[in-house]
Design a protein around this ligand. Sequence first.
Ligand SMILES: O=P(O)(O)OC[C@H]1O[C@@H](O)[C@H](O)[C@@H](O)[C@@H]1O
Length: 330
Amino acid sequence: MSTEKEKTSAPSSSSSSSSSSPSVELCKGVNGLEKILLRESRGSSTEVYLYGGHVTSWKNDHGEELLFLSNKAIFKTPKAIRGGIPLCFPQFGGLGTLDQHGFARNRFWAIDDDPPPFPTNTLSKAFVDLILKPSEEDTKIWPHSFEFRLRIALGPGGDLMLTSRIRNTNSEGKPFSFTFAYHTYFSVSDISEVRVEGLETLDYLDNLQNKERFTEQGDALTFESEVDKIYLSTPTKIAIIDHEKKRTFVVRKDGLPDAVVWNPWDKKAKALADFGDDEYKHMLCVEAAAIEKPITLKPGEEWKGRLELSAVPSSYCSGQLDPQRVLLGS
Ligand SMILES: O=P(O)(O)OC[C@H]1O[C@@H](O)[C@H](O)[C@@H](O)[C@@H]1O
């Protein structure tokens, strides 16, 4: 199997050094599962498992982990890996006949050696293209032909970019519909020190109240109990501010109007076999998604959904983050 390693750069075996060239390496991860390690020249890195097409790690150029991965994560089919960025496709949550969150997150993806070109060329040199096509078993539970292409790229400044391209390859003129989410688990110092900006005043469906629709209050979101909400028609930028770490994650998204915010809190955490009892304190899921209005593709049509994550030092102005700078600034 050839990898992007040959295409993009010389493999680097050393750990993050400030002057190494970008690299793409195929190696073995937990339980011998294949994973791809991408490194950017300034030292940022990301890891992607072929199992699930699942990003499990994203580190900045100081080697600090930015994504949450549970200590109890099970790297074994059919369980999806708890943490990182699971892909929910073709169904978000229980909104359909499939198992929770669909099957893309617990299938083995392949490296796509010859992806169709992107309209604009990726600036990044550290990237990999993966592909998922349905197996015969998959078509029994979801009777459609598709190609799901995923590009994972690290920007020169350490930004993590995920682009999903989903194409209807049904030959007999049959359209299909799906819902989707990048189920991103952010690593935070302490959930009680975290604020989310960009979702205030929006409508949401509350998963904890039979998906009833409510309107969020005017303040940034803070967390003191379980939360499981689907925010609707959200802006393209959302900020997750970790006061203790003085770090802000900026989520930029395209083609993904909704955003799920999830933290299981203590009781639900204890009920999850692959999640530590106290780990809820150190994670927050903010998931760029298309849920309320499912995407419909006719044969030959393609949908694109893009996620871009950056982690920047929080800028304080008399103890407060300036939301204008985060949400409106570049
Ligand atoms: O345990 P899972 O299947 O990975 O799902 C975790 C959570 O994922 C969130 O996206 C859902 O809104 C929650 O309802 C769900 O509990």
